[in-house]
Design a protein around this ligand. Sequence first.
Ligand code: HEM
Length: 177
Amino acid sequence: MSLKSTSSRYGSVAVAIHWLSALMIVLLFATGLLAAAQVDSDAKVALLRAHTPLGAGVLVLTLFRIVWWFVADKRPALPAGQPAWQQWVARATHIGLYVVVLVTASSGIATIVLSGALPAIVGSATLPNLETVLPRAVHGVVSRLMLGLLALHIGAALYHQFIRRDHLLARMGIGAA
Ligand code: HEM
C-alpha cells in the first residue's frame, strides 16, 4: 500500500490515522462516560488523566489529517453507482465527523482550563466542579452528536460491505478488494 491514496483506495497514512483515531475515540467514550458518572473524586481524576491526553492526541491527529488532505494527498472518489442522496449523506457525515471531533476536543480542553482542573490532573490539587463552565455542557452535547454520526458512518460501511458486497472496507485497509 502506498503512502498516498489512489482514486479508489486510501493510502497508508490515511488508513493509519483513521484506525488509530477510531481506537482512541472508543477509549475516549469509555473514560469520558465513566468519569462523568463517577462520584469519587480520586477515581474521576484517574479517568481524566487517561481521557485528557487521549483527547488531545485525537485533536492533533485530526488537525494533521486535515493538513494532510490539503497539502499532500487527495481523497479517493466515493464508490461508484450510488444514488445522489447517498453521496450527499456520505459527504455530510464525513465533514460532520471532522467538525464534531474538533469541537468535542476543543470544548474538553476549554473545560479543563476554565474550570481550573489542570493542577488536579497534572498534580495533586483537588478537582474543582467541572459543571460550572459552559464548555462542559457543550462537550456533553457534541459528544452525543458524534455518537449519532458514528452510528450513521459505521452503519453505512456495514451496508456496503455486507449488503451491497462492494468490498468498501478494503478501501480503508481491511480485507481484499
Ligand atoms: C474526540 C475527543 C473526545 C471525545 C470523543 C470525548 C468524549 C467524552 C464523553 C463522551 C464524555 C462524557 C460526557 C457526558 O456524559 O456529559 C466526556 C467528558 C469529559 N471530557 Fe472528553 N472527549 C474528547 C476530548 C476531550 C479532551 C481533549 C479533553 C481535555 C483536554 C476532555 C475532557 C473531558 C472532561 C473534563 C470531561 C468531564 C468529565 C466529568 O464531568 O467528570 N475531553 N468526554
